[in-house]
Design a protein around this ligand. Structure first.
Ligand SMILES: *Cc1c(COP(=O)(O)O)cnc(C)c1O
Length: 390
């Protein structure tokens, strides 16, 4: 068992040691740890829906009506009536014929990609795609060809130059989880059309965030009809838990019959599905929440940039503050923690070596004043670390 301690010591020595931290989520955007309240600039609860009374009441009511667990997989006895409401609601939200819920977004990627691709096929995958996409590609046993991040010339060359006996698939994050940039979807869709490739977009960070009413990346670009397979999560902006895939009736029927992470896992609890349904109702009530999120994101990004912080341009609520070395990122995050602000340091292997950063996220529930104060604190501490350009 010596490899255990060797691995752990090595991780500590390289500033790559990871641990879980218990925080008490007292309100959207705020947590309490050991009695002290912190401003949370590190959550994917983009719309603050986790604490919305409608969602909370829906979850309680579903628990009282149907119980705490589902007791079976979806294809046996786990499909409780709320699934029959949520899946059509997701399809309406995404503008597709049908949708299918998985237990997590991770499991949706694993199941969908490995169901659609096999050993004869070739998957073209952006180098910055989420780990669950990478694992889905591996599980499929298809040949996976990695193209440089958002580089359409590279993707084009690889599509042209790769011999393929079976199907071609292109898979990309809609919004990239660590940099918050948006995939160049119109260009990707054109290439997919030209090379008869199936296009899969993972909208984990775009669902409820991007496009009219938060419908996602394809809707943002007005090309919903060009993306055959849209994946999303219920656990970020929608404030619940679970993943989903949306597409044609036939696609959904196929995946239901083939995706092992759908077939061989117990269905989500009634409370979770009821919360997701209530979240969709909130989204369809009007664009205010999504607009507030986008305003907050623009506000923080422009304040940081004006202060000379190393923050790339963008429009999503994911705002990376580029630091470089893992140790420096961890020390800056620790220092901000002492000041009552939580921003996660992101290090290899999640991001490439030398690109460690603080991944700051804003949510719709944050107030302008607290965001402005936080930016002042971040800037002052970063300056002490010799980081600021401006
Ligand atoms: C978070 C995330 C997932 C996984 O979704 P979960 O519901 O948290 O399992 C998948 N893809 C991307 C891009 C993500 O950021």
């Amino acid at each position: 068992m010596q490899f255990l301690s060797e691995f752990l010591e090595q991780a500590k020595a390289c500033d790559l040691y990871r641990r879980t931290v218990t925080c008490d989520p007292v309100a959207p955007g705020h947590v309490r740890i050991n009695g002290q309240t912190y401003l949370l600039l590190a959550s994917n609860n983009y719309l603050g829906l986790t604490h919305h009374p409608e969602l909370q009441q829906a979850a309680v009511k579903a628990t009282l009506t149907y119980g705490t667990g589902s007791g079976g997989s979806r294809l046996t006895t786990g499909t409780h009536p709320l699934f029959d409401e949520l899946e059509p609601a997701l399809a309406r939200f995404k503008g597709t014929e049908a949708a299918l819920v998985f237990n997590t977004g991770y499991m949706a990627n694993l199941g969908v990609i490995s169901a659609l691709a096999g050993p004869d096929d070739v998957i073209f995958s952006d180098e910055w795609n989420h780990a669950s996409i990478i694992d889905g590609c591996r599980l499929s046993r298809a040949q996976t060809v990695i193209y440089r991040h958002a580089d359409m010339a590279d993707l084009h060359g690889l599509l042209q130059g790769t011999v393929c006996r079976g199907k071609r698939l292109i898979v990309t994050d809609g919004v990239f989880s660590m940099d918050g940039d948006i995939a160049p979807l119109p260009a990707i869709a054109d290439l997919a059309e030209k090379y008869h490739a199936l296009l899969i977009v993972d909208d984990a960070h775009a669902t409820g965030v991007l496009g009219p009413g938060g419908q996602g990346t394809a809707a943002h670009f007005g090309i919903k009809h060009k993306v055959q397979v849209q994946i999303g999560t219920l656990s970020k902006a929608l404030g619940a838990e679970g993943g989903f895939v949306a597409g044609s009736k036939e696609l959904i029927e196929y995946i239901k019959n083939k995706a092992r992470s759908f077939i061989f896992s117990t269905a989500l609890a009634p409370a979770t599905i009821a919360a997701a349904l209530a979240a969709l109702r909130q989204l369809s009530a009007g664009p205010d929440m999504v607009n507030k999120l986008s305003e907050n994101a623009n506000y923080v990004r422009s304040l940081l940039q004006a202060a000379g912080m190393p923050v790339p341009g963008g429009v999503t609520p994911i705002i990376p503050i580029m630091v470089g070395e893992a140790g420096a990122a961890v020390r800056l995050a620790d220092e901000l923690y002492k000041q009552g602000i939580i921003i996660t340091a992101i290090r290899p292997p999640t991001v490439p070596c030398g690109t460690s950063r603080l991944r700051l996220t804003v949510i719709a529930a944050h107030e302008r004043d607290e965001l402005r104060q936080a930016v002042e604190t971040i800037t002052a501490r970063a300056r002490q670390f010799g980081m600021v350009v401006g």
